[in-house]
Design a protein around this ligand. Structure first.
Ligand SMILES: C[S@@+](CC[C@H](N)C(=O)[O-])C[C@H]1O[C@@H](n2cnc3c(N)ncnc32)[C@H](O)[C@@H]1O
Length: 295
């Protein structure tokens, strides 16, 4: 079946070589995982469930119909080596490939000020600090301050930490106070002192639809003339994916292929052109209508 699809694609022959390469890679990856999944179904049914979820995971990292995507190789390469710390397998933050993609962005845009919504233990914060000289604000809601735990899904509630646990991974690196920990509920936090002053925002807090929409609107208001908003768990959390697909109807949001990251780029012409989109006047007006000062 795969060979037939490949032959058909070859017959059609045309198109941009990058797109062709991506289609080939995607088909080949999925074919390999599918073949293994089907094999497991026959010879090791007990492994079928795990293989199916692996298949879903791979396709969620690769395909999102209707959302433009960007491959990592399209992000301009870093001049200095990226610094990565070792991550434990069950860490509740970002997987290594997502941290790597985030750091490629950081090295490309060289932010002076970053804002992370959702600190957790601060492993991503530590990576942001190690790979930039930026001032970093990171916001989280201590478990003891959460007004109503019933509004959280069990998975989200499990991520809420006690105050002393929040940011524990970045603290040894924060000898110069470049990282500033903020505490509060991101959906009602007063962001006004930070408006229009941040170059890179990472949205990674509560994963429920309404919270993601509210955090995203706040994140957009933080950007100055130029900057990037990145969201984590696109393709990994149903609500995050749904919220971003909703926002993508109004704004040029794209998925970074092979990761759970989505991005909006403002005032930096290169990336939008690479994904075939430039921010239009109409999109800027939408941000303004949402209360943000735009483009
Ligand atoms: C997925 S973790 C963040 C992971 C972190 N960005 C990393 O990469 O290591 C989500 C975090 O969001 C926090 N959180 C959940 N709801 C929040 C809210 N309403 N306001 C602020 N933080 C919230 C949780 O306490 C948790 O630490």
């Amino acid at each position: 079946m795969v060979t037939q699809a490949m032959r058909q694609h070859q017959k059609e022959g045309g198109g941009n070589p990058l797109v062709r390469l991506r289609v080939w890679d995607a088909v080949a990856t999925l074919a390999t995982v599918w073949q293994r999944t089907l094999l497991h179904a026959v010879v090791a049914p007990q492994r079928f469930g795990a293989a199916m979820s692996q298949f879903r995971r791979v396709s969620d990292m690769m395909f999102h119909p209707g959302i433009p995507h960007l491959s990592l190789s399209q992000i301009p390469p870093a001049e200095e080596p990226l610094q990565m710390l070792s991550l434990t397998a069950n860490y509740g933050g970002m997987p290594p490939q997502d941290i790597y993609a985030l750091l490629r962005m950081v090295h490309w845009i060289r932010p002076k000020r970053m804002f992370e919504i959702g600190t957790f233990h601060g492993m991503t914060t530590a990576h942001l600090a190690l790979n930039s000289s930026a001032k970093i604000y990171t916001l989280d809601l201590p478990r003891e301050l959460a007004a109503d735990l019933r509004r959280y899904t069990p998975q989200d509630a499990a991520l809420l930490q006690r105050r002393e646990e929040i940011g524990k991974e970045y603290r040894p690196l924060n000898t110069n106070g470049r990282i500033q920990q903020l505490f509060g509920d991101s959906t009602i936090f007063d962001y006004r002192p930070y408006h229009r002053s941040i170059d890179l925002v990472l949205v990674d807090a509560c994963h429920q639809f309404d919270a993601v929409i509210t955090d995203s609107r706040n994140a957009l208001k933080l950007l100055g003339e130029k900057g990037v908003v990145l969201w984590h768990d696109f393709g990994n959390s149903r609500d995050v994916t749904r919220a971003l697909k909703r926002l993508a109807k109004e704004l040029p949001i794209f998925h970074i292929e092979g990761t759970w990251l989505a991005a909006y780029v403002k005032g930096l012409s290169m990336l939008p052109r690479l994904v075939g989109h430039t921010t239009t006047e109409a999109e800027c007006n939408v941000v303004e209508a949402q209360g943000g000062r735009s483009c």
